[in-house]
Design a protein around this ligand. Sequence first.
Ligand SMILES: C[S@@+](CC[C@H](N)C(=O)[O-])C[C@H]1O[C@@H](n2cnc3c(N)ncnc32)[C@H](O)[C@@H]1O
Length: 275
Amino acid sequence: MTDPGQYSVAPEERLQQDCGMSLRPYEIAEARHRILNPFTEDKLDLLGEVCHPSPGARHLDLACGKGELLNLWSSQYGVHGTGVDLSEVFLTAARERANELNVTDRVRFIHSEAATYASKRAEPSTYDIVSCIGATWIGGGLTGTLDLMRPLLRPGGLILVGEIFWNTTPPPEAASALGLDNHPCVSLAATAERIEQSGFELLDMILANPDSWDRYTASQWWTISDWLRDNPDDPEVPAMRDFLRQCRTSHLEYGRQYLGWGVFILRPAIPLPNP
Ligand SMILES: C[S@@+](CC[C@H](N)C(=O)[O-])C[C@H]1O[C@@H](n2cnc3c(N)ncnc32)[C@H](O)[C@@H]1O
């Protein structure tokens, strides 16, 4: 049986196939974002309050985007962080933010494919926190990503994973409209079940809501619109016009109502004693 947590084509890759582009549409659309997920600053702060990392805690953030989580936690809690991402544009922003927050001695940002970094370059049993916030395609889905992350944790460490789920059962066309044909999204309860089946205990969670989704998604529309006006001769204009149209329609028709997202805070479950 196919693991419902597995899917093969990331939204970025799908877009690459559709438009001959890769991360570029996201780099354009999210140019004014610091947080590249449906969390507001308040929700990110709440995540810090809930996890309350210790000073000197070692944190690996896979697919770190602009590194806001690591930079903030380094500034607020004294975390020592490594962020890994494929986008040089986002990594440059992450390093600039580290400078701004005066944490360059505690964080570093590495250009690498995240699964390769996790499986080949990162030291096993090293990190107090391993996170992947909104990029579980790196491991072929939630289950595979948790498998990638687990060996990197120190005893007592935490995993933070950002994942989508359905708020309520959507109409059949919603998955396709949202670009989720290859990402079998499940309910919140089924997501928790998948986490447990992967050998983790779900300790807490912080969820996005329609307003925080708007801050992530709706706020991209203006950025893209400005980019289209400022770059009329760019060869990517037609694809970006389609991207804008599709992003706006799918959010209004389906995403805002049906799509949930949250950061799940986990630790490895204690194995049950043999009967
Ligand atoms: C939805 S964003 C989340 C970024 C960040 N975790 C945050 O919450 O702000 C997804 C990120 O994954 C990165 N990415 C996509 N595929 C990747 C891969 N295979 N390896 C590393 N980074 C990847 C993108 O460049 C982007 O920064």
